[in-house]
Design a protein around this ligand. Structure first.
Ligand code: SAH
Ligand code: SF4
Ligand code: F3S
Length: 451
């Protein structure tokens, strides 16, 4: 069937993993002859790449879907696709809820989009949620940025945190081979990308499912080895990775980050709670003391490293004193950034059916108090940048002020300064920081070129 002049639109919810999947699915659609439409209402194919980490993320999807389902009643040629984590969680049930849907596909099926659409265009309503070995990425993603790129290195999650849907919807860990990862990064280097972020739900668990053990008895392929293996790719100037799990974070990894100049000094290591009893009931596999030791070790090797994390408040049974231990951890460590969330009971997870669920009032009160401290600490951490010379990789125009460009420091602080995007996009620029806010900086460009 011809797809010329057909337009597609993708809306992406959720985490970086979903963003990366969307870029690959967009690549597949463009290979099939579809053209991008910013406005979903002008598209012939709409794909929602969905998230179900919390209830509000899931509800948002239903409200978007409801609108397009209505449109489909007037425009039967519209193709409606739900991909991602809600698709995986709900499967066939989604078709009963929204009968207008053409395709429901779980995250493991992202690279199979063309196959699945062919079945749809052949007249079937398709559900693809069975667990599979993820097809190696043979597509050319349509990446949102020409400067920074996501590179998946490990899919899935083998943990069983008692609050979390991710293992149910993303399946077991599947690491890509170092060769496949390196060849994707080499390609990015040739295309002019400057920065890559290696992605995984627990990226430091990379390689545990690949064959090979060293004489010392550790896995042959670890994130540390991967960093050494990809570090010299020409053209790539910065390497980041996310998200790290405290359980797998090693001193060897920290040493590698300190030693390898392209690896940026920013670590995203969620702690979830500062209380050992809560951590235990979450099945996180570490104590707050161990978490503190990891951060202390990072700072010993890289005193200026930026640290960010995720935390949940209002886990079932969390007492005021236990919540205060989370505040205390934030106070003591002083995070550069912390993503916070009120606990949301998720279908199919153990904690959702426990007694002692906390009221919405208690959860939102704790969330507010935590957020207040997050901002205060972030502002404190921003102060160290004031009057400092920093290296910023320019990504884009400042959307709010086109006379400025925006980029990030190695520590991942968003930075704005006067400049022309046409000239500076993709450049590493040396700047002096002249203003600081909690989550961003203002700077001025220095005459001397960077590095
Ligand atoms: N794999 C990463 C995080 C993945 S999910 C890790 O283990 O750290 C992203 C974040 O969503 C989590 O870090 C957690 O803070 C939050 N989250 C997950 N499930 C949640 C739930 N049921 N309610 C509230 N927040 C949740
Ligand atoms: Fe969820 Fe835990 Fe896996 Fe992170 S490690 S994705 S929080 S189950
Ligand atoms: Fe959401 Fe799925 Fe990511 S549930 S946070 S999109 S793994």
């Amino acid at each position: 069937m011809t797809t010329s002049n057909r337009r597609y639109h993708i809306t992406t919810f959720g985490c970086q993993m979903n963003k990366a999947d969307s870029e690959r699915m967009a690549g597949i659609l463009e290979d099939m002859g579809f053209e991008w439409s910013e406005d979903p209402n002008n598209a012939d194919l709409i794909l929602y790449n969905t998230c179900t980490i919390r209830d509000n993320a899931e509800q948002k999807v239903y409200s978007y879907l409801g609108r397009q389902a209505k449109r489909k009643q007037e425009q039967p040629n519209l193709t409606l696709v739900v991909a991602g984590c809600v698709a995986q969680q709900e499967g066939e049930a989604l078709l009963r809820r929204v009968p207008e849907l053409d395709l429901v596909m779980g995250p493991q099926h992202a690279n199979r989009l063309e196959d699945l659409l062919e079945q749809v265009f052949g007249g079937s309503q398709v559900v693809a949620t069975e667990p599979i070995n993820i097809v190696e990425d043979i597509t050319k993603p349509r990446r949102d940025s020409t400067v920074t790129a996501w590179v998946n290195v490990i899919y899935g999650c083998n943990e069983r945190c008692t609050y979390c849907v991710v293992p149910n919807v993303r399946g077991v860990e599947q690491s890509r081979t170092p060769e496949a990862i390196r060849s994707e990064i080499e390609q990015l280097g040739r295309l002019g990308y400057q920065e890559v972020t290696l992605l995984g739900q627990n990226i430091d668990a990379y390689g545990r499912d690949l064959p090979g053990v060293t004489p010392e008895g550790r896995h042959q392929h670890t994130l540390t080895d991967l960093l050494y293996y990809v570090h010299d790719v020409p053209g790539i100037e910065r390497i980041r990775f996310a998200t790290s799990h405290p359980r797998y974070f090693t001193e060897r990894l920290i040493q590698a980050c300190a030693e390898l100049p392209k690896v940026c000094e920013h670590f995203h290591i969620p702690f979830q709670s500062g209380d050992n009893e809560v951590l235990k009931r979450m099945s996180r596999g570490y104590t707050h003391e161990k978490y503190r030791r990891i951060i202390a070790m990072i700072r010993q090797y890289m005193p200026d490293a930026s640290i960010s994390a995720d935390a949940i408040v209002g886990f079932p049974g969390e007492t005021e004193a236990q919540f205060e231990n989370t505040l205390q951890l934030l106070e003591d460590i002083g995070f550069d950034h912390l993503n916070t969330a009120a606990y949301s009971p998720r279908p199919g997870t153990p904690a959702a059916v426990w007694d002692q669920q906390l009221s919405e009032e208690v959860k939102s009160d704790r969330l507010q108090r935590l957020n207040h401290l997050v901002e205060a600490k972030a502002l404190e951490r921003s102060q160290r940048y004031l009057n400092r010379i920093e290296e910023v990789l320019v990504e884009d125009q400042n959307l709010k002020d086109p006379s400025q460009v925006m980029g990030r420091t190695r520590g991942n602080r968003l930075t704005f300064f006067d400049g022309n995007i046409a000239e500076l996009k993709g450049q590493l620029v040396r700047v002096k920081v002249i203003g600081v806010r909690a989550f961003s900086l203002t700077a001025e460009r220095l005459a001397v070129p960077c590095c």
